[in-house]
Design a protein around this ligand. Structure first.
Ligand SMILES: O=C[C@H](O)[C@H](O)[C@H](O)COP(=O)(O)O
Length: 232
């Protein structure tokens, strides 16, 4: 296993350890939370954890949950989410995030914002001083509004590009049937304001800025050749 994967695995597992029996659990999307879902399944199987229900943030999370034996529910069936565990593409010192590298940020924001406790799991490469410095900002958009939304983003100083599929001709299609525009901003000085401004453009469903939502960040990193977990 690569060092990056080892960090993801350990941090994903550490977050899974924090889930208590009887909890409603938001299940994040991506390669790090895939390990969380796997370890939740293991804990259920060995009897260390009982009676949890998962709320998936994507088709991927839902498939993994079924594979690892985690019963699922929906937001129509529950009146709370006790804990959500999700990955991120960037984390700043205020625990604000950029998410959406897997085009799942719209559902993730719904689930993560509802959780009583929201835990972010990342490897140390995701830590940045300023959001937008290493990762483009994903914006989910209704396909028919793509052109005016791109024009509006340019007016805000961003450089938008339509996310294209890999092993698929044409654009990436989200779980909701929409497009993703990835935006380069020279500098994101006020993430809270930019999050609102982008969501105010007609045709935008949601953007990948998560501001003031995170409770805990667990970071997997390698120190003296060993993978360790630290909490921000
Ligand atoms: O849309 C995807 C999500 O926001 C992911 O949680 C994020 O991209 C991090 O994924 P990974 O753990 O694979 O780096």
């Amino acid at each position: 296993m690569s060092t990056a994967n080892a960090m993801k695995r350990e941090v994903g597992k550490a977050a899974a350890q924090r889930v208590k029996s009887g909890s409603i659990v938001g299940l994040g999307t991506g390669s790090t939370t895939a390990y969380t879902i796997e370890f939740l399944g293991e804990r259920l199987k060995n009897g260390d954890l009982k009676d949890i229900k998962g709320i998936p943030t994507s088709f991927q999370a839902s498939v993994l949950a079924k594979q690892f034996g985690i019963p699922l529910t929906t937001l129509d069936e529950v009146d709370r989410i006790d804990i959500a565990i999700d990955g991120a593409d960037e984390v700043d010192p205020q625990k604000n995030l950029i998410k959406g590298g897997g085009a799942a940020h719209t559902r993730e924001k719904i689930v993560d914002c509802l959780a009583e406790v929201f835990i972010v799991v990342v490897d140390s490469s995701k830590l940045v001083d300023k959001l937008g410095s290493t990762f483009l900002l994903p914006v989910e958009v209704l396909p028919m509004a793509m052109t005016p939304v791109m024009a509006a983003i340019k007016k805000l100083g961003g450089t938008p590009e339509l996310r294209m599929g890999v092993k698929k001709a044409g654009p990436v299609i989200t779980d909701q049937g929409n497009f993703v525009i990835d935006v380069k901003f020279e500098s994101i000085d006020n993430p809270a304001e930019l999050e609102k401004t982008l969501n105010n453009i007609p045709g935008v469903l949601e953007n990948g800025l998560f501001v003031g939502v995170t409770d805990v960040v667990l970071v997997g990193e390698v120190v003296d050749g060993k993978t360790v977990i630290r909490e921000l």
